[in-house]
Design a binder for this molecule. Structure first.
Ligand SMILES: [Zn+2]
Length: 249
């Protein structure tokens, strides 16, 4: 019985994922949105997020005033497309600044992936990434944002699931996974496996019994982890002996 308990406790400890804090996000008033935190012509709807969909904005990488670019995208979506607000939930510039997109806060339904907007968080890298990769700063910010949202809702970064529309695809997907589009550009799309793995590692808070974050726990890692967690100063030998004698009682 005690053996079973011991393994249950260890299993739970190793499965425990950290709740990841939300990274700093520049508010709509912060980037100069004319409607501030409101979107008068687009009534908010809410749904628990099940997927993140990655986009690029297909705008010039030579921009220098990124807040101005966010404003111009807002104008385009709001007035040219007639949506009443910007479609993405978040936008990220090459310096790693995260901009709040669609008004309404957490879990608000955006307009970024036709037919798949409910329950999907749209995150757009500002620029064009068909034959160039985003900056490390942008990737780091995106991964922090994704780790926060996925850990909040207990979503695995490495798995697929079915969205509200009944389509099954990766929990971290590219726009082209749900629509006929080149978005988010091939060079960004090909980074999605790396992004998923990085987000997984952030959520796991490595090293927590899995120092190389490969999903496997070696005896050595397990011993170090138990040692740190339970006993502090005991040697591995003492700890093993203690566990053995306790489990055999
Ligand atoms: Zn897109």
């Amino acid at each position: 019985m005690k053996k079973v308990l011991l393994f249950v406790v260890l299993f739970l400890l190793l499965q425990t994922a950290m709740a990841v804090e939300k990274p700093d996000v520049l508010s709509r008033t912060g980037w100069g949105c004319p409607d501030g935190n409101e979107s008068p012509s687009w009534t908010q709807q809410y749904a628990n997020v099940t997927h993140v969909i990655i986009h690029h904005t297909a705008t010039p990488n030579t921009d220098t005033d990124w807040a101005a670019r966010v404003l111009s995208i807002w104008n385009y979506h709001t007035y040219d497309n007639g949506w009443g607000d910007v479609g993405y939930n978040y936008l990220i510039d090459p310096n790693g600044i995260i901009y709040e997109g669609r008004a309404g806060g957490d879990d608000v339904v955006g307009g970024h992936a036709s037919g798949h907007n409910t329950g999907t968080m749209g995150v757009a890298f500002i620029g064009t990434f068909s034959d160039t990769e985003p900056t490390d700063a942008a990737l780091d910010s995106a991964e922090s944002l994704l780790a926060w949202k996925l850990s909040q809702n207990g979503i695995s970064p490495l798995e697929n699931s079915t969205d509200y529309a009944g389509s099954n695809y990766a929990n971290i997907a590219g726009h082209q996974d749900v629509s006929a589009t080149e978005c988010p550009g091939e060079d960004l799309y090909s980074l999605l496996p790396t992004i998923r793995q990085d987000v997984y590692e952030i959520i796991q808070g490595c090293p927590a019994g899995d120092a190389d974050c490969d999903g496997a726990v070696s005896d050595f890692e397990l011993l170090s982890y138990i040692d740190t967690w339970a006993v502090g100063g005991a040697s591995d030998f003492e700890l093993l002996a203690a566990i053995e004698s306790w489990a055999n009682q």
